[in-house]
Design a protein around this ligand. Structure first.
Ligand code: GZL
Length: 319
């Protein structure tokens, strides 16, 4: 009997030690910590990769995750956050649909003493309403994309732009960054610009309309994300032109389908925007639970990839 008690004690000690080593912390009542994750939507490959990163990391660290997909409706996100607060979660991860409108519910989370970590998009609210923002530099992404477009067109191009979700900071800042650069080149002109809502189907529909209107006058398509670029490629080909050749196409994210499109010669370059934010999200919550502070922006490190290097890299892509 004594040997069994000792063995059980040793097992418990190892489990506890492992959990602690993983940074897992227990809830006040000694149970598992509970984290609410409000995801803005689940309509793009990038979103699926981010959600999977968060779910896998929660499981790895032994936290209970309450997941809500708002289906691109901000009101659903606000309701989900309110529900997390009512359930007394220990932390909230929020990937906000748009920048504005989250102030009141973030105030409620603050009053409840629940730390909120923003994933992949910022909100235009007081910085003391969130613990930190983990995500990419969207202005940099737009600027780097524009530099490649200038280089590959010799500084002369009529550009069609597929914008992301209106009011989301990647949309605002990817446009800002791109224009920061092309505004230096008088022969670089955005002749058409419309939202495709970061969505593959809508990106194709908008590109079909652009082709109908100006098909033979478009030299470049700048897409705020890969899903819209995949739709644009289909629209260009169905119009009868060669994507990547007759019309050069550039996009942001770096999902595997985009690498395949570069391998196929349909997409000319991609600036990465990593969705694999789960580990950093839980690192931030654990810092909050330890009473520590972090900078208000934990910036992701992203790469830049050209068509001719995609074949060597595609098998190593993590999303
Ligand atoms: C960027 C993220 C964007 C992606 C899109 O951090 O908010 O939202 O670039 C996604 O693919 O829809």
């Amino acid at each position: 009997m004594k040997r069994k008690v000792i063995a059980l004690f040793l097992i418990l000690a190892v489990v506890a030690g492992t959990a602690f080593a993983n940074g897992q912390q227990e809830a006040a009542d000694g149970g598992k910590k509970v984290v609410g994750f409000s995801q803005c939507d689940s309509q793009q490959a990038w979103r699926w990769a981010e959600t999977e990163s968060v779910k896998q990391e929660a499981a790895k660290r032994g936290y209970e995750l309450k997941y809500n997909d708002a289906q691109a409706v901000q009101a659903n996100q606000i309701a989900a956050i309110r529900s997390f607060i009512a359930q007394g979660v220990d932390g909230i991860l929020l990937a906000p649909q748009v920048m504005t409108g989250f102030g009141p519910v973030l105030e409620e989370a603050k009053e409840a003493g629940i730390p909120v970590v923003l994933l992949d998009r910022l909100v235009a609210e007081d910085e003391d309403l969130f613990f930190t923002f983990i995500g990419s530099d969207f202005v940099w992404e737009g600027e780097e994309m524009a530099k490649i477009v200038v280089e590959e067109t010799g500084g002369k191009a009529r550009i069609a732009e597929l914008q992301g979700t209106p009011g989301a900071d990647p949309t605002i800042d990817r446009k800002k960054g791109f224009e920061n650069v092309i505004n230096e080149y008088p022969d670089m002109q955005i002749i058409l610009s419309q939202t495709g809502d970061f969505n593959r189907t809508k990106g194709k529909e908008v590109m079909e309309a652009f082709m109908k209107a100006e098909g033979n006058n478009i030299d470049v398509i700048y897409c705020h994300n890969d899903d819209m670029a995949i739709g644009a490629i289909q629209a260009v080909r169905e119009y009868g032109l060669e994507p990547g050749q007759d019309i050069k196409i550039y996009s942001i994210d770096g999902i595997k389908d985009a690498f395949q499109a570069m391998v196929d010669g349909d997409l000319n370059a991609v600036v990465e925007c990593t969705p694999l934010l789960g580990p950093q999200g839980f690192d931030a919550l654990e810092a909050a639970w330890r009473g520590e502070t972090l900078p208000k922006w934990v910036m992701s490190e992203d790469g830049i990839f050209r068509m001719d290097e995609a074949a060597a890299l595609i098998d190593g892509r993590a999303y």
